[in-house]
Design a protein around this ligand. Structure first.
Ligand code: F6P
Length: 280
């Protein structure tokens, strides 16, 4: 941190931010932190600012850094899962996921107005570089014809056959959701392949991009943030460290940071089945 004075008036700094998106601390990925030298510099700044402990909100990269700070300097650290991707082990939900999926649903509802008015097929690309949580959840919530995930589950031929069946069933418009890191490739290329097969269908692509990462947090995210924030501070006061607090089946749980970082979290593929039933 280049400017420790940011901590000078921390009580006032954190008032009236409950309803804001983004980060007022301006914290972000930091390549320097990957080296022992970079972490030493960070620790010196932490000492200088007289910080006793860290509550680190983030995903795998942030937790790796927090874990190393704890290991190398004995600094008490607690992780809070914060990523719109929802891809962290040890929690059912990560902060930002619900807000981001609400944005996606709102946007797709609007896109559907054009799709149905003009008999179009829309490909809507949502975020999710490595996992398809956003794509799958919003596919169910918007009644999408199909969803293409980073987790391999279907081929281009399957997609073509879904489109064929749907238009044969006299459905005149459709939405297909793609995750940015999907296993079939670039969304424009997928769309082009569909146009080759169905040149008579008016096909469009919308990339939602960073729209998904902004705006006021949803009610569910605010409650989750409150629950986990209180749990993290209480855990630190009780001497806990090097763990992530998450929420599983409504209860706050603690998972060692090392485990949260190393374990892979799986998508609930039953949602895909549900999505396909609802789309027919
Ligand atoms: O990791 C969360 C995420 O939202 C990904 O889904 C997305 O690929 C990435 O962040 C975008 O990050 P950036 O804004 O740094 O390009």
């Amino acid at each position: 941190m280049d400017n420790p004075s940011i901590f000078a008036d921390s009580e006032n700094e954190t008032r009236n931010i409950l309803n804001q998106g983004g980060t007022f601390l301006k914290s972000a990925r930091c390549a320097e932190f990957r080296s022992a030298e970079g972490r030493k510099k960070a620790y010196e700044q932490i000492e200088e600012a007289e910080i006793d402990a860290l509550v680190v909100i983030g995903g795998n990269g942030s937790f790796t850094g927090a874990h190393l700070l704890h290991k190398e300097y004995g600094l008490p650290v607690i992780g809070i899962p914060g990523t719109i991707d929802n891809d962290l082990y040890g929690t059912d939900y990560t902060l930002g996921y619900d807000s981001a999926t609400n944005v996606v649903v709102e946007c797709i509802d609007k896109i559907r107005d054009t799709a149905s008015s003009h008999n179009r097929l829309f490909f809507v690309e949502v975020m999710g570089r490595d996992t398809g949580f956003i794509a799958l959840r919003t596919a169910v919530a918007t009644g999408a014809l199909d969803v293409v995930l980073p987790e391999e589950h279907s081929s281009m031929e399957d997609l073509i056959s879904e489109v064929e069946k749907s238009f044969a069933n006299r459905k005149t418009s459709n939405i297909i959701i793609t995750a940015e890191g999907n296993h079939l490739g670039n969304t424009y290329d997928i769309s082009r392949k569909i146009v080759e097969q169905f040149p008579h269908i008016d096909t469009k692509v919308t990339i939602l991009g960073h729209l998904q990462r902004g705006g006021a947090p949803s009610c569910m995210d605010r409650i989750l943030a409150g629950k986990l924030g209180v749990a993290a501070v209480e855990a630190l006061l009780n001497g806990k460290s090097d763990v992530m607090c998450g929420v599983e089946n409504q209860d706050v749980t603690f998972t060692p940071l090392e485990k949260a970082i190393s374990q892979k979290v799986e998508l609930n593929m039953d949602l895909l089945r549900i999505s396909r039933i609802l789309a027919t």
